[in-house]
Design a protein around this ligand. Structure first.
Ligand code: FAD
Length: 439
């Protein structure tokens, strides 16, 4: 069955509790042919799902991996609507470590994804600003980040002004500036890189919507899907990965997660939260130059340059009681004028007269429990793995999360970065793992 796999890996696979390899004929399947069974089924082919398929095939080429994606043009996927930022300036070790691996992956991505992929990586530090009140926490975070391998420096107001002459330091006590391993990249290119490489290695992507599970002896073993042409089919699986982004809570409910009893009474606390990205242009006097960091004000308003032509992106997450309704991806332009522009104009006097000339909206796959990723096996369904809820910092973590899930499936445990604390158990136990640096 897995003749060409290395014997060490073969043993690891068989040691892992219940991976049953279905004879691999993926490569012979025509692209549009819908498989009826697989070893690993991934629900959602966004950044997280496609990275997971990539790592599984990279490490165990004879595993039959099927990814079901309902929106193959990715019109609503968080991945392609994100601003593609990568930073190590987090408060939790796991997030720092995952983004360090993200930086390493970005540096070597052609080795993983192929020479024809271009992530268009722009290496720029983040600059996180703190008031007197937040200075202590910023210092604590920076210490942990540097201990774990990130490289950033703390700058008091006077030094901030000297380094970034365009800034107003009104109300600012301290800034933390990333010196390396941070920047931004093209999320579409990363997604396509993962997806195309996974397909090249034999993963099959099916354009269909998962709309239910079949359950036998308390085990999930089959999904029901609706194809683009309306046909209904089902796919049997041995292991399933729930990587459905903002819809993950809904997919969980299809498996009784949140509607059952005992452990199953606890839902996957992930829902869509709309976020706006505004684009404006300026090249005025004392305007932040090409080396401008992605700058985040103490109130969460951020901006960065976009390209070489004087364009900037900006945004801000609303407070809990201002959360917009998530019926569609329409943009509230008023929010720029009332909640984003005032901070931009205060922090950067050169932004005083800017007007928003373009914008878009996307959904954070928001974890309402503690705004942090959920990664690991579901404690009730031992063949269901969850990888979702990254709440605004997930695209940079796709390399690490996909690899982590492949470790759980192939090795039966985390091997590189220990993500145990991100497991679903914390939600059942009511123990929040709060990431302070949510933007
Ligand atoms: C405006 C904005 C800015 C952001 N900026 C950053 C940033 O700077 N840095 C960063 O790291 N992160 C950022 N993020 C967050 C990041 O985009 C997400 O954390 C990450 O892309 C999540 O990837 P995903 O694969 O889980 O979700 P998605 O990309 O949404 O993929 C999930 C997929 O599941 C599919 N799906 C859902 N339900 C079903 C079903 N029933 N059947 C089949 N398929 C289904 C969907 O169609 C979708 O394609 C940002 C997000 C937004 C919205």
């Amino acid at each position: 069955m897995i003749r060409s796999i290395s014997s060490g890996l073969q043993q690891q696979i068989f040691r892992c509790q219940s991976v049953r390899l279905i004879s691999s004929s993926t490569s012979q399947l025509k692209e549009k042919e819908c498989p009826t069974e697989c070893d690993v089924l991934v629900i959602g082919g966004g950044g997280v799902g496609s990275s997971t398929a990539f790592w599984l095939k990279q490490r165990a080429k004879d595993l039959k991996v099927v990814v079901v994606e309902k929106d193959p043009a990715y019109k609503q996927a968080s991945t392609v609507l994100s601003v593609g930022g990568l930073r190590q300036q987090f408060s939790l070790a796991e997030n720092i470590q995952m983004s360090l691996f993200g930086a390493d992956f970005m540096r070597n991505y052609k080795q993983y994804l192929g020479d024809d992929v271009d992530l268009n990586f722009s290496p720029h530090g983040y600059l996180i600003l703190a008031s007197e009140e937040g200075a202590q926490q910023l210092t604590k975070n920076s210490k942990l980040q540097n201990e774990l391998g990130a490289k950033n420096e703390l700058l008091v107001a006077k030094n901030l002004k000297a380094k970034f002459p365009w800034i107003s330091t009104e109300g600012i006590a301290l800034g933390c500036y990333g010196l390396e391993k941070e920047g931004w990249f093209d999320p579409w290119a990363l997604l396509m890189g993962f997806k195309n490489k996974a397909k090249e290695m034999g993963a099959q992507f099916v354009d269909a919507e998962v709309d239910g599970f079949a359950c036998k002896d308390n085990d999930l073993n089959e999904v029901n899907i609706r194809m683009e042409n309306g046909d209904r089919k089902s796919i049997k699986f041995n292991q399933c990965i729930l990587a459905s982004g903002a819809k993950s809570g809904d997919i969980g409910r299809m498996a009784n997660i949140g509607t059952g009893s005992g452990v199953l009474s606890v839902p996957i606390p992930v829902e869509p939260r709309k976020r706006y990205v505004y684009v404006f242009s300026t090249q005025g006097d004392n305007c932040p130059g090409l080396a401008t960091p992605l700058t985040i004000d103490p109130n969460g308003t951020y901006f960065r340059r976009d390209g070489l032509g004087g364009n900037f992106l900006a945004g801000r997450s609303p407070s809990e009681d201002e959360e917009p309704v998530c019926e569609n991806l329409d943009v509230d332009y008023n929010y720029f004028d009332t909640d984003v522009w005032p901070t931009l104009a205060t922090r950067v006097p050169a932004f005083e007269s800017v007007k928003c000339n373009h914008s878009w909206a996307g959904y954070y796959e928001y974890n309402t429990f503690d705004a942090n990723g959920i990664v690991g096996m579901h404690p009730y369904y031992k063949n269901l793995y969850i990888a979702t809820g990254f709440s605004g910092h997930g695209i940079q973590q796709t390399p690490a999360v996909g690899r982590a899930i492949s470790e759980l499936i192939i090795d039966g445990k985390f091997k590189t970065i220990d993500l145990t604390r991100l497991g679903f158990e914390r939600i059942i136990n009511g123990e929040q793992l709060l990431e302070i640096n949510i933007v």
